[in-house]
Design a protein around this ligand. Structure first.
Ligand code: MLT
Length: 263
């Protein structure tokens, strides 16, 4: 009997097919994957967690990268999944996936690092995150984080409706959960050696116009990982799988191949 993970999740697709676990970015929630998951639903069991403090999951006062990663392991335990075919995370979700690699090596078939980076924050960047977390603690709204991030999150071509939708999603996240994630990101370690020693197949995907974690970062990560492949989605920004879910899904389909599609 496994204890339930302290998070909520949804499943899309075929329960009899190999699992694919997709971890959302910051400060958003699992709905960022919905269109991509729908495009994979014919052949995979797509599992979409809301990390603690985000989406439908309960707010959390404090959390470390280790706790976010362990929550995913507990989720796999509770679903009876030994190794998902693919464990992938976008940006913050990618930081959590890199922590998962350290803490639960071998507990995935392949790893996906999407619009993310392996290096930690600069001291100035970490200080800025801690200041923002303190402002949230003092009662300021999540828009203090969302408004400066939004222009960097989406590509310059994104429609006003797309921007407005994602601003609304950001602003409805729990300030407590957002503050906890800011502090966890500020504290996260360097994952360079984690990627260098990863022997699993790795799928790296980035939007060509990602302004937060640009293409060069993914080229550097690909060079570290002996079994990696890198795909650049033209025109997309930092939320590449959300901006162009069809391209993302076809990259995943090609990467996982017919072996996993047959289940
Ligand atoms: C994200 O999309 O998750 C964020 O850009 C991560 C970060 O702020 O480093």
């Amino acid at each position: 009997m496994h204890s339930p993970p302290p998070l909520q999740w949804r499943e899309i697709g075929r329960p009899d097919r190999p699992p694919v676990l997709l971890v959302h970015g910051f400060p958003i929630e699992s709905s960022m994957w919905d269109a991509a998951a729908a495009a994979l639903a014919d052949a995979w069991r797509v599992i979409l967690p809301d990390l603690r403090g985000f989406g439908a999951s309960a707010p959390t006062q404090a959390a470390s990268m280790a706790e976010y990663a362990d929550d995913l392991a507990l989720l796999l335990d509770s679903l009876g999944i030994d190794r998902p075919a693919l464990l992938a995370g976008l940006s913050f979700g990618g930081y959590v996936v890199m922590e998962f690699l350290r803490r639960h090596p071998g507990r995935f078939g392949a790893v996906g690092l999407i619009d993310t980076r392996e290096v930690p924050d600069t001291p100035e960047g970490a200080a800025g995150r801690r200041q923002a977390a303190d402002r949230l603690d003092r009662g300021e709204p999540v828009s203090i984080v969302a408004d400066p991030m939004l222009p960097l999150m989406v590509s310059p071509d994104a429609s006003p409706a797309f921007r407005e939708h994602w601003r609304a999603v950001m602003c409805r996240q729990s300030p407590v959960g957002v503050a906890a994630a800011l502090r966890a990101m500020a504290d996260r370690p360097d994952s360079t050696e984690t990627l260098r020693s990863c022997r699993a197949r790795a799928l790296l995907v980035v939007g060509a116009r990602d302004a937060i974690t640009p293409v060069e970062v993914h080229q550097r990560m690909a060079a570290l990982m002996p079994r990696s492949e890198l795909h650049v989605i033209p025109r997309a920004g930092h939320m590449a799988p959300t901006e162009d879910p069809r391209s993302f899904a076809s990259i995943v389909r090609e990467f996982l191949g017919p072996g996993t599609e047959r289940g």
